[in-house]
Design a binder for this molecule. Structure first.
Ligand code: SF4
Length: 285
């Protein structure tokens, strides 16, 4: 029989579980006006999103969100830009904020350091919705970097007060390298750790498990930043690493005669999907 190891940190993270529990209550609450609008995906998992769209949650983009009036609107776990939040309030919407408290903490830090006249450098993906939200809490004092090349393009003066912060799902090892470069470049520079502990624990665990693995399955959506990072870490250690979203994807994999399998997941993957994959793997091998 195949030996299957499921990562200890698999399944929903704290922030996603909190959001989904709250969303269940909202969907079931007859007193809350329906439909419920979500600005972008509630979490990065298409299977979960489909489930809620069948229960009346409508996903809208940022532009549509600006025109919502007197409606029920939820803010996704990764947060939204400040201008959108303000417009939703102005338009008398009933807002249910599912933003993860760790993301909200970064919003607060950015506002505070902006008030203290700091320049702020965020290490992360400038196109990711979480980072766009974080940046919106600063003014013209904030820049996003994700590589040495990005750092070379920074326009901040070497003597300015600089604080470095991180996208919650930033890659820890890569971030350390970029922080070292920045600390050497700016004379008055410090960093505030904002990578979520969930992210770092998962990255460390997948690094450890994948080193001796025959095959690794990373379960999560293609558009999930933390899932992609787990895949990259595992792939470096184990060539037979696969990123999948569902048990159907697992069934299509060409895994031949493996005796052991490691399963880990992004922060938005429900436990039920892991259980289905484990059952299929046991039936197959
Ligand atoms: S990974 Fe961390 S920051 Fe992101 S939703 Fe989960 S607990 Fe919050």
């Amino acid at each position: 029989m195949i030996d299957i190891v499921v990562a200890k940190n698999a399944g929903f993270c704290f922030g996603v579980k909190r959001a989904i529990d709250m969303l269940d209550d909202i969907v079931n609450d007859k007193k809350i006006k329906k439909p419920i609008y979500s600005i972008g995906a509630i979490i990065h998992n298409d299977i979960v999103i489909k489930k809620y769209s069948e229960r009346g949650v409508i996903i809208v983009d940022e532009e549509k969100a600006l025109s919502l009036k007197d409606s029920t609107v939820i803010l996704r776990t990764h947060g939204v830009e400040k201008r959108i939040h303000e417009k939703l309030l102005e338009n008398n919407n009933y807002i249910i904020d599912l933003t993860c408290p760790y993301v909200k903490k970064i919003h607060r830090l950015v506002s505070q350091y902006t008030d203290m006249q700091y320049k702020i450098i965020i290490i992360g993906d400038k196109n990711h919705v979480e980072v766009k939200g974080i940046v919106s809490y600063g003014k013209d004092n904030i820049a996003v970097v994700n590589s040495k090349e990005d750092i070379e393009k920074l326009k901040f003066d070497k003597n300015e007060k600089i604080v470095i912060m991180f996208q919650t799902t930033a890659n820890i090892e890569k971030s350390k390298i970029l922080v070292d470069i920045l600390l050497n470049l700016f004379y008055n520079c410090k960093s505030v750790m904002t990578i979520c502990a969930v992210t770092s624990d998962r990255q460390k665990e997948v690094d450890m498990l994948s080193k001796n693995a025959e095959a690794v399955i990373v379960v999560g959506s293609q558009n999930s930043s933390n899932t992609k990072k787990l895949y990259e870490i595992s792939k470096k250690n184990c060539d037979d690493t696969y990123m999948i979203e569902s048990k159907e994807d697992f069934d299509k994999l060409d895994l031949k005669n493996i005796k052991s399998l490691v399963i880990c997941t992004g922060a938005s993957t429900p436990k039920e999907i892991i259980e289905e994959i484990v059952l299929n793997a046991r039936a197959k091998f």
